[in-house]
Design a binder for this molecule. Structure first.
Ligand code: IPM
Ligand code: MN
Length: 375
């Protein structure tokens, strides 16, 4: 199969982790005889430095002509003084808007091998497997008016949703839930916000088309607590844009580290794939970045933009194997008392070493698959 993938490596650790993800995609192409091409493009701080704009027209045009977009991370302290519409993050919001994907899928899974590395007790995380469906094109991120009026000392943003915007993302959540454990938890603040009342009413209406799926509503504050208390109670969690941004970072603690979480944004012209973590400038260039979030993002790309489910699952299995063998980047090497007991069984590895280990595990599983077919 032929696939043209736009690569927006971005800032900080973005290029390091993206490089490992691309290596894995190249391996899948080689093993499967696919023709994947990779088009490197500028976005974020690196784009501001080179062109003055966080999203150059050349980048946007090339992304719109590609089959999928793979992003690293954006954000650079150098631009902290700029207003939100000029910062590296503005480039990310503009590309999200232009590509049109409104449903951002963020899985947060408890890996048995990492159970001692999460700050949560193993009996709390055990069995957790949550899929966040975060609305990505509305709410406070995009609503107008928005302004900081320095002369009056006021600033405002607008949380706005239309019924159609809520309904389309709710539909994605219910469709995904109907293929999983058949439960949607919709998150809002309907005891305070009108926009949440619209959200709740619309989600309830969409639920009628999915009688096999159970719907529950949670207020965002108590949801933040339940997530850490009984994470295994949740299946698909549907949220508006900002609530999903916050809760998905929180949910990374179930997995063990923000560096582990992938995401896929679907529903638009071209799907966009980005790890959940940021550019982490403090560890950029040190080899400490965890590439697994980016590698698992590559798996989502194969699943959602190429229909290569078997290869996507093989990458996810390879990640599990490497973790089960005790390999850890710094962010997942920390541990509680139980992990300390097993510390000798854990090996600290760098970004590139972790990438190579996943590559090896993947190659082995694909070899096995091919020899099974040959029999
Ligand atoms: C994320 C990030 C972005 C967001 C930032 C970098 C604009 O935090 O993808 O979660 O808030 O959506
Ligand atoms: Mn975020």
């Amino acid at each position: 199969m032929k696939l043209k993938i736009a690569i927006l490596a971005g800032d900080g650790i973005g290029p390091e982790v993206t490089n490992e993800a691309v290596n894995i995609l190249k391996a899948v192409a080689e093993f499967g005889g696919h023709d994947f091409s990779f088009v490197p493009l500028l976005l974020g701080g690196v784009a501001i430095t080179a062109t003055g704009s966080p999203l150059p027209t050349a980048t946007l045009d090339a992304c719109l002509e590609s089959d999928a977009v793979l992003l690293g991370a954006v954000g650079d302290k150098k631009f902290d003084a700029l207003s939100p519409d000029k910062r590296p993050e503005a480039g990310l919001l503009q590309i999200r808007h232009a590509l049109g994907g409104f449903a951002n899928l963020r899985p947060s899974i408890a890996y048995p091998a990492l159970s001692a590395n999460s700050p949560l007790r193993p009996e709390v995380t055990e069995g957790a497997n949550i899929l966040f469906v975060r609305e990505l094109l509305g709410g406070l991120y995009f609503g107008s008016p928005r302004e900081w009026n320095k002369s009056t000392g006021e600033a405002w943003n607008t949380m706005r949703y239309t019924k159609a915007e809520v309904a389309r993302v709710a539909r994605v959540a219910f469709e995904l839930a109907s293929k999983r454990r058949k439960k949607v938890t919709s998150v809002d603040k309907a005891n305070v916000l009108e926009v949440s009342q619209l959200w709740r009413a619309t989600v309830t209406e969409v639920a009628r088309d999915f009688p096999s799926v159970t719907l529950e509503h949670q207020l965002v504050d108590s949801m933040a607590m339940h997530l850490m208390n009984i994470p295994r109670n949740f299946d698909v969690v549907l949220t508006e844009n900002l609530f999903g941004d916050i809760l998905s970072d929180e949910a990374s603690i179930i997995t063990g580290s923000l560096g582990m979480l992938p995401s896929a944004t679907i529903g638009g012209t071209v799907n966009l794939f980005e790890p959940v973590h940021g550019s982490a400038p403090d560890i950029a260039g040190t080899g400490k970045a965890n590439p697994l979030g980016a590698i698992l993002t590559a798996a989502m790309l194969l699943r959602h933009s190429a229909n290569l489910e078997q290869d996507a699952s093989a990458i996810e299995a390879a990640v599990r194997t490497v973790l089960a063998d005790g390999h850890r980047t710094a962010d997942i090497a920390r541990g509680n008392a139980a992990a300390a007991v097993n510390a000798s069984a854990q090996h600290l590895v760098s970004t590139t070493e972790m990438g190579k280990l996943v590559h090896q595990a993947l190659a082995q599983s694909i070899d096995q698959r091919q020899s099974m077919h040959a029999v």
